[in-house]
Design a protein around this ligand. Sequence first.
Ligand code: TXA
Ligand code: MG
Length: 312
Amino acid sequence: MLDRYVHILKNAGIVAFPTETVYGLGADAWNTTAVQKVFDQKGRPADNPLIVHVASEDMIPQFAKTVSDDAQKLMDHFWPGPLTLIFEKEEDVLDIVTAGLDTVALRWPMHPLSQDLIARTGPLVAPSANSSGRPSPTRPEHVLEDFGDDFPVVRAGETNIGLESTVLDVSAKPYQIYRPGAISTEDIGEVITTKVNETTSQPKEDAAAKSPGTKYSHYSPDAAVRWLEKDANLSDPETLYLLHNKSANSSDSNVIHYKQDYEQMAHELYDRFRQADRNNYTAVAVERINDDTPSNSHITIALINRISKAIG
Ligand code: TXA
Ligand code: MG
């Protein structure tokens, strides 16, 4: 079933494909023409670098200049999986991929179809397969919403996690998380002892310079996303309410309650954002999540990050 997509990718074309996080927009990482099409299709600023997706050990040294002991431990433990690592780059890596930085982002995705695809095409750059600024796609239909019905998509239903990978810079001292994801700082701390700095909600200027993606607005539907304060009521029929903790016994179709299941909330968040637009809601109000929200899951950090950015 992948033949058609392999053919397109080997001929400098672009194809959307599933990963365990979100759908990616793939292109041959060694072909400037192909990579340029990714930027054009998304309307992505040229100074925002791409993640190179690999699917075997031998693809790594083509991109990473050196792999430290810590990086090797993280790769052994979390790859394939939702962790992107930033390395000092090999000289030949295309400037268009790294946006001229001297580092390169690498990830080995877990989804079997992404692995089969990359095994046949070679390394693929793959940003999320959405128009720049829109919520990342977690279903094939989301890709078609942004890129049109004829766009080539390797279809595999819903993605599992629903939020993009954790981005960790192991070329920086101290190590720096630019984007929180399903793999948390605590998870990383169980594998390496070196200190890791977390993202601050307002990225400092130096973080913006090192990871340009952090400075752009992201993940936004047309409906206005906002936090819902504790005692607010749920009375606006044109607002989609996303709750997780507060007591509410509404059976209205515009009130969704995740009952502290933050993994499910992450899994559905972008689809809910897009659903708001399809159903002409004017706003999405998300019950505020903060540090004292009771949770047995680390993904709340990633949820707060994405919702805050969607609010802008
Ligand atoms: O889960 C994911 O990571 C998905 C799937 C498709 O794999 N991909 C994804 O790619 O989210 P994208 O392009 O939407 O986000 C990549 C992020 C951006 O914030 C970008 O700025 C950052 O990674 N990034 C890429 N290369 C970098 C580098 N060399 N240094 C710092 N940040 C980098
Ligand atoms: Mg993206």
